[in-house]
Design a protein around this ligand. Structure first.
Ligand SMILES: Nc1nc2c(c(=O)[nH]1)N[C@H]1C(S)=C(S)[C@@H](COP(=O)(O)OP(=O)(O)OC[C@H]3O[C@@H](n4cnc5c(=O)[nH]c(N)nc54)[C@H](O)[C@@H]3O)O[C@H]1N2
Ligand SMILES: Nc1nc2c(c(=O)[nH]1)N[C@H]1C(S)=C(S)[C@@H](COP(=O)(O)OP(=O)(O)OC[C@H]3O[C@@H](n4cnc5c(=O)[nH]c(N)nc54)[C@H](O)[C@@H]3O)O[C@H]1N2
Ligand code: SF4
Ligand SMILES: [Mo]
Length: 692
């Protein structure tokens, strides 16, 4: 007899409810859960990969140790003993900071990892902590901290009620939304235009999302900061500022007015490629809409001026009265509120990276500095590394250099389920149970959702005999590395969750959630300012000094050597998931997606045929990749998706190897960062395209 199991898909930020039919330990089907109040039955093709991950022959279930290029299965005890001994020895010899940690993207999609890895980090007492945040959304956290007092107090676009949605550098039809958990994004976006509203896209590529947008404008990569300043200029110059909602608790509007004076649309139009008339029209439409929200994602945070962009985006929402009100940028009231348990405070620049002196933020150093910290000899050099849930060889700038650096380490441990481009360099891999074998609660994405909801998913299948959950691995490591005398007492993440839920604003309990298989709807986002602010004076700061000062960098003129005439940007596809679902046949089949998008005119100038293999080179490296000629990318811009490049030695991903592609991060440059926040600047890497 087949049975039905309901859970949340944890593969991306959309947290869709899924319905799984299963029988005798086998998945029969995965479909959308129509009774999930948030996702309403929507799923994307990636949900089917949950079955593939569960069944994948390449997935590790027990610890393995590398012997040369071979791997031997070892017991958990042997693995933990060796790790404790080696890490202890390295820290005794070279100091605490000789051991580094990198935590990648799925960390925030796994609640066992989220709620247990903190103690593991504490046990190491290292300042060398790196995460995917600094190749992603660090500028969002930085702006939130500087303006609202807490790095996690991120404003969420209230897309279900807005009348005007201005999107910069995001492609939600491919990504399913980010820092905006909004399952069924396509219908939510279509609803905006159906109710007479407007969606405006600003992107160097005419993306999939253009299909549901009212208009699209090409922008020159990394010039968004000028566009945003010109919008603010127009808002002030043409009396479109309306601080009614937040005047009582907002400082700094006058400083912004002064700053924006220098950025008249006429002055900056050529820098951005958007005409002064269009910028003014957009500012007017935005300022006059019944409600409006400006939102910028990866395209504007992984660039040279990421911090400035996120600050100015928040400011536009505040200045037009679209802050903390329906249809604008709002804050969630999560049932499990990690913000309540923490403080903003001084979390910037308490220490610096050793080589480039990049400042820490939120206890992390920018991952763009990781390779040099391993490769540069001297006191404080990194000698050992833990990676968890990450594949930095493919996901961080100049992956080739990092790959070389990993080979220099004295010891490396990866907590991961695959032998991939990064973990293949480890000495020991500790694989946790995952996917359908684990329980789940979205600790992070409920903070970022366009509606307040809560859902607990029980495991569907038991883990393999003798396998371990991620929280068991982290708690054991913390115990062993922390050198505690008392016996190890493993505590499932459910205990913390239940505690947090009961003390949260909704006063829920785990037991109640367990009774609601489809999830609990806690309603639309509600105004909550100034109470929710974390600034000491409970006021929004529209002109934080640290951001205002960073404007000085705008003065510098860019000199693009003719040698590298193209601006490289990235992209995502619906059936990719960063670097790791390419081992699922169902997701990789079909035509090769790892191509170089190039504008038709540029292709003609280079005498290129469609699908012809070209050589793309940058200051740091070169790749060979088929060209895909299109009019949907701005002239002078080319695009490669990230997460590919599986053809490297030592990788054990059978399906992925057949669809290897190349890594865009063999071209990107660890020297290119947002100098304020330390976030990698992936957008606008200068490259040359040649026929071969
Ligand atoms: N050029 C360029 N580079 C980019 C980006 C870009 O747009 N352009 N995007 C950046 C962004 S936004 C991100 S978030 C990063 C993502 O890059 P990373 O943070 O490095 O993460 P992934 O590539 O998703 O790799 C996920 C790893 O987690 C493992 N994994 C999956 N499930 C589990 C689990 O349950 N437990 C454990 N322990 N491991 C698991 C997978 O096997 C895989 O090794 O890439 C960044 N890199
Ligand atoms: N299918 C799928 N979904 C995913 C992921 C995935 O790999 N695959 N990854 C997940 C992760 S980790 C994240 S962080 C999110 C990211 O979610 P999104 O931010 O929506 O990600 P992208 O699709 O990369 O969209 C970024 C857009 O920025 C544009 N862009 C590049 N440079 C510039 C610029 O200088 N200015 C402007 N205005 N635009 C620019 C690009 O053309 C692209 O369309 O997606 C998540 N969802
Ligand atoms: S949109 Fe995201 S959460 Fe929803 S099914 Fe696809 S991968 Fe899973
Ligand atoms: Mo990300």
């Amino acid at each position: 007899m087949s049975e039905v199991h309901y859970r949340a898909c944890n593969l991306c930020e959309a947290i869709c409810g899924i319905e799984i039919k299963h029988e005798d330990g086998k998945v029969l089907s995965i479909t959308g859960d129509k009774r999930d109040p948030f996702s309403r039955g929507h799923i994307c093709p990636k949900a089917l990969a949950l079955k593939d991950i569960y069944e994948d022959k390449n997935r590790l279930k027990f610890p393995v140790k590398r012997i040369g290029s071979d791997w031997r299965e070892i017991s958990w005890d042997e693995a933990f003993d060796e790790i404790a001994a080696k890490i202890g020895e390295i820290q005794a010899r070279y100091g605490r900071n000789a051991v580094a940690v990198f935590q990648g993207n799925p960390s925030v999609h796994n609640f066992g990892t989220l709620l247990s890895s903190g103690d593991f980090l504490k046990s190491l007492k290292t300042q060398n902590h790196y995460t995917a945040t600094s190749v992603d959304q660090l500028p969002h956290h930085f702006a939130a901290w500087a303006m609202f007092g807490h790095p996690l107090l991120l404003p969420i676009p209230d897309i279900d009620r807005t009348e005007y949605f201005l999107i910069l550098g995001a492609n939600p039809l491919a990504s399913n939304g980010s820092l905006m958990t909004a399952p069924d994004i396509i219908n939510r976006l279509e609803a905006i235009t159906k109710r007479g509203g407007k969606i405006v896209l600003i992107d160097p590529r005419r993306t999939e999302t253009t299909r549901v947008a009212s208009e699209h404008h090409f922008i020159k990569p990394s010039s968004d900061v000028y566009f945003l300043l010109a919008i603010i200029h127009t808002l002030f110059a043409e009396n479109l500022v309306n601080l009614e909602r937040s005047d009582d608790f907002t400082d700094g509007a006058e400083i912004l007015r002064e700053i924006a004076k220098d950025y008249a649309p006429e002055k900056i139009a050529a820098l951005t490629g958007i005409s002064a008339g269009e910028i003014k029209r957009l500012a007017h439409e935005f300022g006059q809409a019944k409600s409006a929200v400006c939102y910028g994602r990866i395209g504007v945070s992984t660039q040279k001026f990421g911090g400035l962009c996120q600050w100015l985006i928040n400011s536009i929402n505040v200045l037009t009265g679209n802050f903390d009100r329906a249809g604008g940028a709002m804050f969630t009231a999560p049932a499990f509120d990690v913000l309540a348990a923490s403080k903003g405070g001084n979390i910037f620049g308490r220490w610096q990276s050793r080589v480039r002196k990049l400042p820490e933020f939120m206890g992390e150093l920018p991952v763009a500095a990781l390779a040099e910290e391993i490769l540069t000899d001297g006191e404080g050099q990194i000698k050992a590394l833990f990676t968890s849930c990450g594949n930095p060889v493919l996901s961080t700038p100049n992956g080739t250099r990092l790959e070389r650096a990993l080979e220099k380490l004295e010891f490396m441990v990866s907590i991961d389920i695959y032998i991939n481009e990064t973990t293949s360099k480890a000495d020991i891999i500790l694989p946790p149970a995952t996917g359908l074998e684990v329980s789940h609660y979205d600790v992070i994405f409920n903070i970022l959702a366009v509606r307040n909801t809560a859902k607990y998913s029980a495991p569907l299948f038991p883990k393999a005999d003798g396998a371990k959950y991620d929280w068991e691995i982290f708690q054991t490591l913390a115990h062993r590395l922390g050198g505690k005398d008392e016996p190890l007492k493993l505590v499932p993440p459910e205990a913390k969750l239940d505690f947090g839920l009961q003390f949260g604003q909704s006063k829920l309990s785990l037991e109640e959630l367990q009774k609601s298989a489809h999830g609990v709807d806690l309603g639309e986002l509600k105004p909550c300012l100034p109470e929710r602010l974390f600034t000491e004076n409970k006021r929004v700061n529209l002109a934080p000094e640290v951001l205002v000062k960073d404007l000085a960098r705008l003065e510098a003129k860019e000199n693009h050597a003719d040698e590298f005439p193209f601006a490289l940007i990235g992209r995502r596809h619906l059936r990719d998931c960063n670097s790791w679902l390419h081992n699922s046949e169902i997701l990789v089949k079909g035509k090769n997606r790892c191509t170089l998008l190039i504008n038709k005119t540029d292709a003609e100038n280079l005498n290129l045929e469609n699908h012809q293999t070209v050589k793309v080179s940058s200051r740091t490296g070169a790749v060979e990749i088929p060209a895909e000629i299109t009019e949907n990318i701005a002239p002078g811009v080319v695009s490669i998706p990230h997460g590919y490049g599986h053809g490297r030695d030592g990788v054990r991903l059978d399906t992925a190897a057949d669809h290897a592609g190349v890594s865009i991060n063999d071209l990107t440059d660890a020297a290119l960062i947002d100098e304020l926040t330390g976030n990698a600047a992936f957008s606008n890497v200068r490259v040359r395209v040649q026929t071969i």
